[in-house]
Design a protein around this ligand. Structure first.
Ligand code: ADP
Ligand code: MG
Length: 256
């Protein structure tokens, strides 16, 4: 039996905004069931790399594969774009993104927020979607909040709703961009617990985080980005326990 291909595989990715080179040849792999954390200073390219994974950003060079399937490109360099809109949609709907600022629809109830994309993008059956949405909201601990609007929830509850919304797409992987950064410390822990539960059940995840304890506790592999390049990577025990690079040591002592 051959092993399943990685859910996400990025090889030698280059990305610039105009003249600003943000990713200078980055490779990461997220095997099925693994949790990868991306750490690094502000501006090092973490969000950009995450957004390249689900093709929210274009890139100029390098390969992106989803479950072994290479993204097809047309054009070159600054003109390079994905060639196949159906492929982009397939990849994007399989990689649910959770943002720092939750991005819930203010005019929809929590239940409607969670049901929206499965109904409109995947065109799934309404009764099934509702059942799944309620189950995911229960799973993240806010099953009693189905009928309220986002503004009536705490930040931690809103972020858990956003995670339920991501899960309701039944994605191959979840991509988190600083999911706890906008939260007060006590609310942060509610969200950390949900992420730990998801890791324990074998979800594939890439997590951009400033929370080194979270990265240490949930990751199979940690990647430290510095100015658009991978400065050091490895299992959390090694990366946090015995960092080799001076820059990583400096970064870790500054985040304590
Ligand atoms: P991080 O998430 O690690 O803080 P980002 O990926 O957000 O870093 O940003 C990396 C660099 O790219 C920064 O210098 C940032 O200012 C720049 N950048 C990010 N998004 C854009 C954009 N849409 N247009 C121009 N520059 C951008
Ligand atoms: Mg960022």
């Amino acid at each position: 039996m051959t092993a399943a291909p990685p859910v996400i595989e990025i090889a030698n990715l280059h990305k610039a905004y105009g003249a600003l080179e943000v990713l200078k040849g980055v490779s990461i792999t997220a095997p099925k069931g693994h949790v990868i954390s991306l750490i690094g200073s502000s501006g090092s390219g973490k969000s950009t790399l995450l957004r390249c994974c689900n093709l929210l950003e274009d890139s100029q060079q390098g390969d992106i594969r989803f479950k072994g399937e290479p993204v097809l490109w047309k054009g070159q360099g600054h003109n390079r774009r994905p060639a196949d809109p159906a492929q982009v949609l397939r990849i994007r709907t399989n990689l649910s993104m959770v943002f720092q600022q939750f991005n819930l629809w203010a005019h929809m109830t929590i239940l409607q927020n969670v049901m929206e994309a499965p109904l409109t993008v995947l065109r799934r059956d309404r009764a099934e979607v509702e059942q799944a949405a309620r189950a995911y909201l229960d799973k993240v601990g806010i099953g009693d909040k189905c009928d309220v609007y986002p503004a009536q929830l705490s930040g931690g509850q809103q972020q858990r709703a956003a995670i339920a919304r991501g899960l309701c797409m039944e994605p191959e992987a979840l991509l988190f961009d600083e999911p706890t950064s906008a939260l007060d410390p006590e609310l942060e822990q509610e969200v950390v617990k949900v992420i730990k539960d998801l890791a324990a059940e074998g979800r594939t995840m890439i997590i951009v985080t400033h929370d080194m304890k979270l990265a240490h506790d949930v990751s199979d592999h940690v990647v430290f980005l510095h100015q658009g390049l991978i400065e050091e990577q490895g299992p959390p025990e090694t990366l946090f326990g015995a960092p080799k690079s001076e820059r990583l040591r400096g970064f870790l002592s500054a985040t304590h």
